[in-house]
Design a protein around this ligand. Structure first.
Ligand code: CP
Ligand code: NVA
Length: 304
């Protein structure tokens, strides 16, 4: 059992605690698929707070909670006005009196950390501008289902040094795989996270050459060229990222048994071609399903 109240980023948990979540996810998955999971969280309510759109995060958390016998509430930033209508502190205190957990998708990671500090119930990061830890835990589950233990594998993300790249770097601090980011110049991951990954002895490399990055990689990972909130940069980014599109040609350099992943939503024809998304190496929908299984394991671990 994890000794933490919250799940805010992968590097805040130990390898053993993260491994326990993955093992629980693997155990629960076949039972969930048979609708045979015990209701271990009856009458518990998870508040799901969203300041950005979502398909996977919203639906997977709502379904996960119901599969455990609990309930969810959907609330937008416009309603709660955290940090504007009232302070983060007051929101944390009030929500803790009503709910048994809070899952939040927000812009500013610092505000989510503050919310967690002042809430007495678990807070789970459902994506911020800085990280997307639930996605990468689900992704490790997917890698291990297809390729066996992630140890010694090379995961190459081709694209932006964004919240997903940051979470993969955090994961490389806790799991013994190699992370490669192939990104255009000027689109590097968070400096603080890079420094912490270096200090922790994580195995990672950053290149501006997608061919070099992908060479021999077991996992080729894609995400949008512009994240939620960066829509006004779309035109510039499409140009800067054009050489970073994942195509069948690019994949010729990857390991012969590689898998292709994308956290979704995908802009088909932009960061990834249809041929690759729908091709024989793609596991993108297994990856989407695993959001449910990994996050249910996180909720099972945290909610009392
Ligand atoms: N991958 C992911 O987080 O999807 P949503 O934005 O649809 O939740
Ligand atoms: N980097 C993307 C991930 C979406 C799931 C974003 O933040 O919009």
């Amino acid at each position: 059992m994890a000794a933490h109240k919250d799940f805010l980023s992968i590097d805040r948990w130990s390898t053993e605690e993260l491994r326990a979540v993955l093992e629980l996810a693997k155990e629960q998955k076949p039972l969930a698929r048979k609708h045979a999971l015990p209701h271990t969280l009856p009458n518990r309510v998870l508040a799901c707070v969203f300041a950005k759109p979502s398909l996977r995060t919203r639906v997977s958390f709502e379904v996960a909670m119901r599969q455990l016998g609990g309930e969810t509430l959907f609330i937008t930033d416009k309603e709660i006005g955290m940090g504007t209508r009232e302070s983060v502190y007051d929101v944390a205190k009030v929500m803790s009196r009503f709910c048994d957990g809070i899952m939040i998708r927000w812009f500013d990671d610092d505000e989510v950390v503050q919310l967690a500090e002042h809430a007495t119930v678990p807070v789970v990061n459902g994506l911020t501008d800085l990280t997307h830890p639930c996605q990468v835990m689900s992704d490790i589950l997917t890698v291990e289902e297809h390729l066996g233990n992630i140890e010694g594998k090379t995961v190459c993300m081709v694209g932006d040094g964004n919240n997903l790249a940051n979470s993969w770097l955090n994961a490389a601090m806790r799991f013994p795989f190699n992370f490669v980011l192939a990104c255009p110049e000027g689109y590097l991951p968070d400096e603080g996270i890079v420094r912490r990954a270096e200090a922790a002895g994580a195995s990672f490399m950053i290149t501006h050459d997608p061919q070099e990055g992908i060479e021999g990689a077991h996992v080729i990972y894609s995400d949008a060229f512009y994240s939620m909130g960066q829509e006004e940069e779309a035109i510039k980014r499409r140009k800067d990222f054009a050489p970073f599109q994942i195509t069948s040609d690019l994949l010729t350099g990857a390991h012969e048994d590689h898998i292709v992943m994308h956290c979704l939503p995908a802009h088909r024809g932009e960061e990834i071609t249809d041929e690759v998304m729908d091709g024989p190496h793609s596991v993108v929908f297994d990856e989407a399903e695993n959001r449910l299984h990994a996050q249910r394991a996180i909720l099972s671990t945290l909610i009392k």
